[in-house]
Design a protein around this ligand. Structure first.
Ligand code: DAH
Length: 347
């Protein structure tokens, strides 16, 4: 390169080429690659300029170096500015593509809930638990003795016909009532007693309000001076908590071999508040459970001195409570596991 004019021309050509080249760059990656290729000290159009210094006469060297540096600085500046612009554009594009539309309805995930029978059972356990009751879980297979005889229902007693029993053998059966658990608890001999006993029971019975398998919650309190008033007081707490404030009970005379006196317990209609509606068949009252004062014979057979101790007992049908609470008129709905039904029954 003989003189600076030639160099100036060359640099102008490079500058023009780079200016055009910059326009074609669409991404920061392309800009980075292009810059690298231009500045490469062996092959790059700008990078190699310094190596040509050798061919320059000494008196022109300073001027040459200055011009080469100028174009280098110019190019760096152009690339820096372009790269900043492209990076920003790319960032905005990324933000745009990753944007979350918070107005879109969320994906609904199905939510599971406890079976209504379990919910009601848990609620009853909680209510009596808060009154100091322990939980005793009996067995579903019982002997004839615990299910009947010890409950003052001897062989050939007409009360056996009140419940159609599934016998497994002359001695063993599927319990027809959780009352069988009362005997086990009393036989343990620890007094006083205050237990509830939830569990499945079985009877050969099948219609809209009866199922061959259903659940009960037995209650038993044995202590000194226990009376029917204690029973009603506890049941009043129970019905208020399960059916709502203001619900109360009334006792009607009834018959169970293992209680004397025996009562049928009605709750005031929580739907019409006693005015009379379809649910309470216009009476203002709904029958919910059987109860009574533990028969002295039952206490004595369990070696409890009936002159010192007395007891009260009650048997609640869990499905019956669930049906009343949730307005279900067919017990089968509680056993068919139809999610369209069960999804609606969540407290
Ligand atoms: N075991 C009775 C039944 O299944 C219900 C019952 C009535 C239980 C009176 C009791 C009671 O503890 O005192 O029909």
């Amino acid at each position: 390169m003989a003189d600076l004019n030639e160099l100036t021309e060359k640099l102008s050509a490079i500058k023009a080429e780079v200016t055009e080249g910059l326009k074609a760059l669409a991404s920061s990656k392309e800009a980075f690659e292009y810059r690298k290729s231009l500045m490469d000290s062996k092959t790059g159009k700008i990078g190699t300029l310094m190596r040509e210094m050798g061919k320059i006469p000494n008196e022109l060297k300073a001027e040459y170096g200055k011009k080469v540096n100028e174009i280098k600085t110019w190019a760096q500046g152009e690339f820096d500015a372009l790269e900043t612009k492209l990076k920003e554009k790319e960032m905005m594009a990324r933000y745009e593509s990753e944007k979350i539309d918070v107005t879109l309805p969320a994906k609904m995930r199905p939510k599971g809930n406890l079976h209504p029978n379990t919910q009601v059972k848990n609620q009853i356990v909680d209510i009596f638990g808060s009154m100091g009751f322990d939980v005793y879980e009996g067995t579903e297979i019982e002997t004839d003795y615990y299910n009947f005889t010890a409950l003052n229902i001897p062989d050939n007693h007409p009360a056996r016909d009140m419940q159609d029993t599934f016998y497994l053998s002359p001695e063993f059966l599927l319990r027809t009532q959780t009352s069988a658990g009362q005997i086990h608890v009393m036989e343990e001999g620890k007094l006083p007693i205050k237990v509830i006993s939830p569990g499945k029971v079985f009877r050969s019975d099948d219609d809209a309000t009866h199922s061959p398998m259903f659940s009960q919650m037995e209650g038993l309190v044995v202590d000194k001076g226990i009376t029917l008033c204690d029973l009603q007081g506890m049941l009043n707490v129970f019905v208020e908590k399960i059916f709502g404030e203001g619900t109360t009970t009334r006792l009607r005379p009834s018959y169970f071999p293992f209680t004397e006196p025996s009562v049928e317990v009605d709750v005031s209609c929580f739907q019409c508040k006693g005015k009379g509606c379809k649910l309470c068949k216009g009476t203002g009252w709904i029958e919910v459970l059987g109860a009574g004062v533990v028969n002295k014979k039952v206490l004595e057979d369990c070696h409890i001195d009936s002159n010192v101790y007395s007891g009260i007992a009650f048997g609640i049908g869990i499905e019956r409570i669930a049906m009343l609470k949730y307005g279900i008129n067919n017990i089968k709905l509680l056993f068919e596991s139809d999610l369209r039904v069960l999804d609606q029954l969540d407290d």
